[in-house]
Design a protein around this ligand. Structure first.
Ligand SMILES: Nc1ncnc2c1ncn2[C@@H]1O[C@H](COP(=O)(O)OP(=O)(O)O)[C@@H](O)[C@H]1O
Ligand SMILES: [Mg+2]
Length: 240
């Protein structure tokens, strides 16, 4: 098991954003997390990545507790993440943004950080000029840059937060291929996504979050057949 989330609760004041969530990502797995707006998907990623501290519960990466570690410590332990709204250093070039991550993620490898940053941009299909200031990139390139930044720290587990948002159909199919190539490199993936087709096609298993609770976990077919899920979220058109 690469990631184990045990009874994780996150409260924001009186609001329970995550309510005793149990979830596991297996080595080499692509696990999808779906759920309506406000279900707690981004909060789950933020808590796993250490951006928010959980109120209670434990999280382990490869059997070692990472609960309570800072975001930077968790990054160095091997979790990379993208953001629902990418926030690169706008005045730095795309390449410099990735360079920061590739240097940070593994400081012992500083010597070839530049080559790795260039290679990572190429790997994610970033076709704009690498010297372009990140602040002036379009959505597709911004998302690819965010992904390159997350990959540059050499994660064992990658957390993707709605990477497909705002992409054209062609860009979507590129993203789908890319996610599979990332997995082929031995990276496990937890992907939060609104686009059902993408999730259904990509994921080994899917977890459904609803009001901060895990309503169901299973294969795409199992989730489609789950009546509780259909009632809560999917709508009847998704039933097989
Ligand atoms: N930093 C925060 N402070 C207060 N409430 C938050 C914060 N982040 C998220 N929430 C609340 O937690 C709930 C879950 O939000 P979120 O995880 O963003 O949902 P999702 O990503 O599934 O749309 C929502 O009710 C949201 O308003
Ligand atoms: Mg979200």
């Amino acid at each position: 098991m690469i990631l184990q989330v045990d009874r994780v609760t996150k409260r924001f004041g009186g609001l329970v954003a995550l309510d005793s969530v149990d979830l596991a990502v297996e080595e080499g797995e692509i696990l999808g997390v779906i759920g309506p707006n406000g279900a707690g998907k981004s909060t789950l990623l933020n808590v796993i990545a250490g951006a928010h501290k959980s109120t209670s519960g434990t999280i382990s990466l490869c059997g070692e507790r990472i609960t309570g570690l800072s975001a930077s410590q968790i990054c160095r332990r091997g979790i990379g993440r993208t953001f629902q709204i990418p926030k690169p250093f706008g005045r730095m070039s795309a390449l410099e943004n990735v360079l920061v991550a590739s240097t940070f993620g593994d400081p012992t490898l500083r010597g070839d950080a530049l080559a790795r940053a260039e290679h990572t941009l190429e790997f994610v299909g970033f076709t704009a000029d690498p010297e372009t200031p990140a602040g002036s990139l379009n959505t597709a390139h911004l998302r690819r840059l965010d992904l390159a930044r997350a990959l540059a720290s050499r994660p064992r587990l990658l957390l993707l937060d709605e990477s497909a948002a705002g992409l054209t159909p062609n860009e979507l199919s590129d993203l789908q291929g890319l996610v599979l190539r990332i997995r082929e490199q031995g990276v496990s993936i937890l992907i939060v996504e609104h686009l059902m087709r993408l999730i259904m096609e990509l994921c080994d298993r899917i977890a459904v979050l609803h009001y901060g609770q895990v309503l169901a976990v299973g294969t795409a077919a199992e989730i489609c057949r789950n009546e509780q899920v259909a009632t809560a979220y999917l709508g009847e058109q998704y039933l097989l």
